[in-house]
Design a binder for this molecule. Structure first.
Ligand code: ZN
Length: 414
């Protein structure tokens, strides 16, 4: 896996006020200044993740022109191989021939299925991306591996054909055959693994589509566009480790409201997460809320004791008088209580349930993100479990924290 970088805003440059900087950022990101207030708060906030170094350097420069101090930090990939992998040795001829055969096989399949004269280009990649989207839930592990190998070979061939000026070649890496670009926008060699990306697309869906992969490489090789979709994407919560507890970075997506999922007018709030745990292990995180959902940011779901008391109180105040009032009336020879009370109880239950429910598009009347666990793993690393009411937000969170989730340091639920 190639080394990627994230951009962390760390504060304001001398000579810039918060308001001035926010105005400049609003122009850069083409978003209202109040949505970007978290960036100028002086807290460490990750603005962008998964950039190649050249793009990261450009991005940092763009932020600094707006008065933000920013750092380029290596994105921690799996810890054992966090150093940037060297470009890798050239592949032996036999392996090159195998990749060529796999790629031709896919080309022939595309010709059979879609006719015409398919080529190693973006259009063909879109077609196989659509195939993956359609079939990925049905693949066995063995099929997924095979598809990653074949489509990976095809995708590598596309990269070679599309970006000849970057001098792409197949190289051998720990993760199997990869493409090394030897001439990039920022100088230096960059290695990407097409088969790994196919596997990610199969495992995680269109957010990691191989079609997007081509755009990423174009950005990497030809330089990043300076504006547009550059809005801050994540806030990173850093749980610092000590001698016995390893540290943990948690990325909170900021682009959508974590309750209703809208992307309009989202502001970042500092929220103390409610927890069903004993003890005072509260966690403050930055979460995005739209205007209407702001009210849910610190509305904590009542605990079981409170709910029980409320239910008992409601019953005493309404059900009991009803029983007393109707106990002497008989219908069809039965005490009315036998008929009225169950009906009444169901009606009251239904009303309470409806009052307590979120109204669409909100997914929760209470805090949409809750803390389910806050401890450490068997290996002595910090471990945090979150529960989300909004599945789209949960999905974005899972993508942003895929490594930590697969290594068992972050757990998620709905
Ligand atoms: Zn909302």
């Amino acid at each position: 896996m190639e080394q990627t970088y994230r951009i962390v805003a760390v504060g304001l440059k001398d000579g810039f006020s918060r308001a001035h900087s926010a105005d400049l950022l609003a122009a850069l990101f083409k978003r209202p200044a109040h949505e970007l207030s978290a960036l100028t708060s002086g807290k460490r906030i990750t603005v962008k993740k998964s950039l190649a170094l050249p793009a990261a350097i450009k991005y940092k420069a763009a932020l600094e022109r707006c008065g933000l101090l920013a750092e380029v930090a290596p994105h921690s990939t799996a810890r054992s191989r966090d150093a940037a992998a060297p470009a890798g040795a050239p592949l032996p001829a036999r392996e090159l021939a195998r990749l060529e055969t796999c790629a031709r096989h896919i080309l022939a399949t595309l010709r059979d299925e879609h006719g015409g004269e398919p080529r190693y280009d973006a259009r063909s990649v879109s077609r196989i991306a659509a195939d993956i989207d359609a079939g990925r839930h049905g693949y066995t592990a063995e099929q997924a591996r095979k598809i990653a190998r074949f489509y990976g070979a095809f995708l590598g061939k596309v990269l070679i054909d599309l970006f000849p000026r970057a001098l792409p070649t197949w190289v051998a890496t720990e993760d199997g055959p990869a493409i090394a670009f030897r001439r990039t926008a920022g100088g230096g060699t960059v290695t990407v693994s097409p088969a790994t990306r196919v596997a990610q697309h199969i495992a995680q869906g269109s957010a990691l589509s191989i079609a997007g992969f081509l755009d990423e490489q174009r950005e990497l090789l030809e330089g990043a566009p300076a504006t547009a979709d550059a809005s801050p994407e994540y806030s990173i919560l850093q749980l610092v480790g000590n001698d016995t507890l390893g540290s943990l970075d948690i990325a909170m997506p900021l682009a959508m409201c974590c309750n209703c999922g809208t992307r309009e007018d989202v502001a970042v709030l500092d929220v103390e997460l409610s927890t069903r745990l004993k003890g005072d292990s509260a966690l403050w995180v930055e979460l995005p809320f739209c205007g209407p959902c702001t009210a849910t940011a610190d509305r904590v779901r009542p605990g079981i004791v409170k709910t029980g008391l409320l239910t008992a109180g409601t019953f005493l105040l309404t059900g009991l008088p009803l029983i007393l009032a109707t106990s002497h009336i008989r219908i069809l020879g039965l005490p009315t209580t036998v008929l009225v009370v169950p009906v009444f109880a169901v009606a009251v239950g239904a009303v309470l349930y409806l009052l307590d429910r979120a109204t669409a598009p909100q997914t929760s009347r209470y805090q949409p993100v809750t803390l389910e666990s806050f401890d450490h793993t068997a290996a002595g690393e910090r471990h945090v479990g979150f529960c989300f009411s909004n599945t789209a937000y949960a999905h974005a969170f899972s993508l942003a924290n895929a490594e930590e989730i697969s290594s068992g340091r972050i757990a998620t639920g709905y």
